[in-house]
Design a protein around this ligand. Structure first.
Ligand code: ATP
Ligand code: MG
Length: 559
């Protein structure tokens, strides 16, 4: 899978390599800066792989920093989940775990420095007035009437803000840049706002003013000695302000902001706000619902960190926004599981088969390989007996030659086992098939039958030993490739009502019934499945990770 040598180059790597070669950069220092207001999703994984990956590849370091300037939306639950997810992906920040809130005292000092230099002022305009004064893309902004307050007055008012003398929304601290700038972000952006009554998860009630993200971010980067501050393209227009802050305060490090395209994935949404809505409105069963594009959801579904890293390697890093097909992620998952998952048998829709010429009480342990292409993965015993289950879909009373499964009066091979012939079909009063009477050919274990060819191979589970299991089959969460890009409809209206199908009465090999949550298998001919944490001793539960491609071709060629 992904490793240093096969990471494709990209424009960021080229910048870094050039600056390392020229000596301008000594140590590559990046950071991953999540806001703890939700769980991480596959889009964040791209950013994590990029930031931590660059540090790894160039022998640098990467910090984990919680960008926690919005306390009313943040929570310790998210802080814990984010750390778990980054670790799960296989990255480590050592002792470099930071919080932007660690810098609140310093940020305050820098704000004072700006005021003293005549580069920031306290403004009494309301939020609405600020918007009016700001102008638009085609219209210049207007100076705030408070723009020319004296340094002394500004210092006094800013201190008053900090001391809690003013109401929420009554005043802000703003940078004094240029209300006529063609870049709206440079029209005296806010640096601090007043927020009473919120308890910050790190700083408690120590502060009633909070720094804005755009002010906090460049300073946090500089204080940590970050040299490559990588963010998504929507921050491109914010870069002049990022640079303005660094240029106008006393810090020695000048980090560089470089923007790359965010990951969008078809048939899902990657925005914490929208994912929060899915959770809050109970469209899904929590952040780790296996249909969610969150790392917690993907993990529970049975997706490995290796396949997420490989996906992130394949999509690459560019400056062009686009939407990646779900199939691209699924291929990575499938390739990984094809290599790593042991094979087992599970019957989703059981139909009983009685082998009439097999002794009543006899059970025969047959050795079945765990992986058709990898002998080193060993073999397991499966018990053949008089009664077993096959899938209803694998039987027809009559069919043409294309149907290479079991047909009345015809033969089929049971995977890893004997060739059987269906002699009789038993039906209930309603005419529904409830049992098949078959006979087996004792000469066909691991050998072709004499004088005839049997092409089809079907899977089965011993009726005596098989364990009843619940299988959860997942489909796309949305019916629309870009659910949140539709101007006409709200994204929730595109939810796929059939995204979860529960199969209550599947039967699985006894061996998988006692596996621990998180372990993945290929149920032959059915798909890749992972043991869910909802499993109990008597009732194992499996999530379908991903379907098989070409399930037929593969199986039939390998027996
Ligand atoms: P969201 O819109 O989901 O809330 P965000 O950008 O507000 O995303 P943050 O917690 O601020 O979420 O993100 C942390 C880092 O992850 C940022 O550097 C951000 O640019 C990056 N990131 C977030 N979403 C994506 C994405 N879809 N693709 C690539 N990087 C992303
Ligand atoms: Mg953000």
């Amino acid at each position: 899978m992904s490793n240093e040598s096969n990471t494709p180059t990209n424009f960021i790597r080229q910048i870094i390599e050039k600056e390392l070669a020229e000596g301008q950069t000594k140590i590559v220092h990046t950071r991953f800066p999540p806001e703890p207001n939700g769980y991480l999703h596959i889009g964040h994984a791209k950013s994590i792989c990029l930031n931590f990956g660059l540090a790894e590849d160039y022998n640098g370091v990467c910090n984990l920093r919680f960008d926690d300037t919005n306390p009313h939306k943040e929570d310790q639950e998210y802080i814990d989940a984010i750390q778990e997810d980054v670790r799960w992906l296989g990255f480590d920040w050592d002792d470099r775990l930071f919080y932007s809130s660690d810098y609140f005292p310093k940020l305050y000092e820098f704000a004072v420095e700006l005021i003293k230099a005549g580069k920031a002022y306290v403004c009494d305009l309301s939020a609405e007035e600020v918007r009016e004064y700001r102008g638009s893309l085609t219209e210049k902004g207007k100076d705030s009437p408070h723009r020319n307050r004296s340094v002394e007055e500004n210092l006094e008012l800013f201190e008053g803000m900090k001391e809690g003398m003013f109401e929420d929304g009554s005043r802000t601290l703003r940078a004094k840049i240029d209300m006529g700038s063609p870049n709206i972000n440079m029209r005296d952006p806010a640096l601090y706002r007043i927020r009473h009554g919120v308890v910050h998860h790190q700083t408690g009630d120590a502060w009633c003013i909070y720094p804005m993200y755009d002010f906090t971010h460049p300073i946090s980067d500089a204080l940590e000695g970050i040299n490559y501050s990588l963010c998504t393209l929507e921050f491109e227009d914010h870069r002049p302000f990022y640079d303005w802050i660094i240029d106008n305060i006393s810090v020695s490090c000048h980090p560089r902001q470089i923007e790359f395209s965010r990951l969008n994935l078809e048939y899902t949404v990657v925005s914490k706000r929208k994912l929060t809505q899915l959770v809050d409105e109970k469209v899904v069963n929590g952040w780790d619902d296996p249909r969610m594009p969150t790392l917690a959801g993907l993990r529970r579904r049975g997706v490995s960190p290796a396949s997420i890293k490989e996906f992130s390697r394949r999509i690459g890093v560019t400056k062009v926004d686009g939407t990646i097909e779900m199939g691209a992620l699924e291929s990575c998952i499938r390739e990984d599981l094809d290599r790593s998952a042991q094979r087992r048998m599970a019957v989703l829709n059981p139909l009983k088969v009685v082998i009439t010429n097999y002794p009543e009480e006899q059970l025969e342990a047959i050795s079945a390989p765990n992986h058709p292409k990898n002998e080193s993965m060993g073999a397991r015993p499966i018990n053949f007996g008089r009664e077993l289950y096959i899938d209803r879909d694998d039987f027809r009373e009559s069919a043409n030659k294309k149907f290479k499964r079991l047909v009345l009066d015809k033969e089929v091979r049971l995977r890893n086992s004997y060739v059987i012939r269906c002699d009789e079909v038993i039906k209930d009063e309603a005419g529904e098939i409830i049992e098949l009477r078959c006979s087996y050919d004792p000469e066909t274990l691991g050998a072709n039958p004499e004088g005839r060819k049997v092409k089809g191979v079907i899977h089965w589970v011993s009726a005596k030993e098989g364990v009843k299991a619940e299988l959860r089959l997942y489909d796309r969460l949305f019916n629309h490739p870009t659910p949140d890009a539709d101007k006409e409809k709200h994204f929730l209206e595109h939810v796929n009502e059939a995204s979860l199908t529960v199969i209550e009465n599947a039967v699985v090999e006894p061996l998988v019934a006692t596996e621990e949550a998180g372990k993945s298998f290929q149920f032959e001919r059915e798909g890749y499945y992972c043991v869910d944490k909802d499993s109990t001793v008597g009732k194992p539960v499996f999530n379908r990770v991903v379907t098989l491609r070409d399930s037929w071709a593969k199986i039939e060629n390998s027996n």
